[in-house]
Design a protein around this ligand. Structure first.
Ligand code: MRU
Length: 352
C-alpha cells in the first residue's frame, strides 16, 4: 500500500522551476521560482533544494532553463556547445550525489539526439524535465512498496538526514519506505537522527513526517546505540547520494557510524535509492568525491558561534558505508542483496 504525501518539493511550471526553500524550514514555508540555470546553480549549492534525487531533477530543470536562455542562437552546433558548457558548470554545484550528473547528462544526450531546430530542442528539454519529475514520484512509490515488505511488524525504524519527499520530487526513498510501512502498520515507531551540522533530520524529516501525521521521535546523532541496545530500534533505513558498483554507499556524514552500530546490535541496515544513484563507472566507494562544506556550518548555530574562534574545524558532508555493513539496497525494481557486485551487475544488464 502507498501513502499519499502532500509535499511537492520541485515542480516545472510555466517555464520555471518552482521549489520549496529548504533553508527556511521548519520556521517558514515558502517556495521560490528559479528562472535561469545560474540561479539553479546557486539554489543547489546553497541547499535551497537538496537531497540526491531532488538535485537530479533540479539539474534537469536547470538544463531546460539554460536552453530557453540560449534559444536566441540560430546555429545548432553553437547552441549545443554553449549548453554543454552550462551543463558542466551546473554539474559542479555539488559533487557527491551522482543523480545531478545523471539527469544533466540525460538532458544533454537528448539535446544532441534531437532532430530539428534549436526551438525544437528547447521544447523537447522542457517536456523531458517534466517527465523526469513525474517519474521520480513513481520510482519512490515503488521503492516504498519494495522496502515496506522488509519492515517487521511494530518495528522501531531509525533514519538519518532527510531522504524524504523533500529530498526527491515527492514521497521519498528511505522515508518512502517508512510511509509505505506506516500505511500497512500504524504501530511502527520512527526515530529521526538530528543530523549535524545542517540538521536535516530535525528541520526536514521531523517536519515532513509530522505534516503527514506519522509520529516521529527526534534523537541526536550520538543516541543510536543507546536505543538499539534497549531494543527500541530494530530496523535502519537511509538514503544514498552515490552507490559504487560494489555497493559501497555515500550518504550524509554519520551514516557509516549508524551502520557500524547496527551491525554490532545485529540490526538490519538498508539503503533505499533509485537505480539512478548507482554509479557503475566506479568500482568502489574510495572513488566517490566527498563534498567539503563551509566550516561555518559546524561552528555557527542559529547565528551564534558555538566554539572558540580559531579552533580547527572540518566539515565533510558525506561518508562512505562499506558494502559489508549493508543488508540490502532497496530500489524501484526490487531489493538488491549482497554480493552487490553481482546483484548490481545483473540489474544493470536488464534495466540500462
Ligand atoms: O546534503 P544533503 O542534505 O543534500 O544530503 C542528503 C542526503 O544525504 C540524503 O540522505 C541523500 O541525498 C538521499 S535523498 C533521497
Amino acid at each position: 500500500m502507498t501513502f499519499e504525501s502532500k509535499i511537492k518539493t520541485i515542480e516545472w511550471i510555466n517555464n520555471k522551476s518552482r521549489m520549496i526553500d529548504q533553508t527556511v524550514l521548519p520556521y517558514k514555508f515558502k517556495t521560490v521560482d528559479i528562472e535561469t540555470l545560474e540561479d539553479m546553480y546557486f539554489a543547489i549549492k546553497n541547499m535551497i533544494v537538496r537531497g540526491a534525487p531532488a538535485i537530479g531533477i533540479a539539474g534537469a530543470h536547470g538544463i531546460a532553463l539554460g536552453a530557453i536562455n540560449l534559444s536566441h542562437i540560430d546555429n545548432k552546433d553553437d547552441f549545443l556547445h554553449q549548453l554543454q558548457q552550462k551543463a558542466d558548470y551546473l554539474k559542479s554545484s555539488r559533487p557527491t550525489a551522482i543523480n545531478l550528473a545523471w539527469a544533466i547528462n540525460k538532458q544533454i544526450e537528448l539535446a544532441k539526439n534531437t532532430i530539428g531546430s534549436v526551438n525544437d530542442i528547447v521544447e523537447v528539454l522542457k517536456i523531458n524535465a517534466k517527465k523526469l519529475e513525474n517519474e521520480d514520484i513513481e520510482i519512490n512509490k515503488k521503492i516504498g512498496e519494495n522496502g515496506a515488505r522488509l519492515v517487521p511488524n511494530g518495528a522501531g525504524i531509525l533514519t538519518h538526514c532527510n531522504a524524504g519527499a523533500l529530498a526527491t520530487v515527492g514521497y521519498g526513498t528511505a522515508l518512502g519506505v517508512i510511509r509505505s510501512a506506516y500505511a500497512n502498520d500504524s504501530s511502527i515507531k520512527v526515530y529521526a537522527d538530528e543530523t549535524r551540522p545542517r540538521q536535516q533530520g530535525a528541520r526536514l524529516t521531523a517536519w515532513e513526517l509530522t505534516q503527514d501525521g506519522i509520529p516521529t521521535t527526534l534523537i541526536t546523532d550520538g543516541m543510536c546505540s543507546y536505543f538499539m541496545s534497549k531494543g527500541m530500534i530494530n530496523f535502519v533505513v537511509v538514503g544514498a547520494d552515490r552507490i559504487a558498483s560494489n555497493g559501497d554507499t555515500a550518504n550524509k556524514i554519520g551514516t557509516f557510524t549508524l551502520a557500524i552500530a547496527a551491525k554490532y546490535h545485529n540490526i538490519p541496515f538498508y539503503v533505499a535509492a533509485p537505480l539512478s544513484t548507482i554509479d557503475i563507472s566506479i568500482d568502489s566507494g574510495s572513488q566517490i568525491p566527498i563534498e567539503e562544506r563551509s566550516k561555518d556550518e559546524v561552528m555557527i548555530v542559529n547565528s551564534k558561534l558555538i566554539c572558540p574562534e580559531g579552533v580547527n574545524v572540518v566539515n565533510p558532508a558525506f561518508d562512505v558505508t562499506p558494502n559489508e555493513l549493508i543488508s540490502g539496497i532497496i530500489t524501484e525494481v526490487g531489493v538488491l542483496k549482497p554480493d552487490f557486485k553481482i546483484s548490481i551487475r545483473e540489474v544493470f544488464k536488464i534495466h540500462r
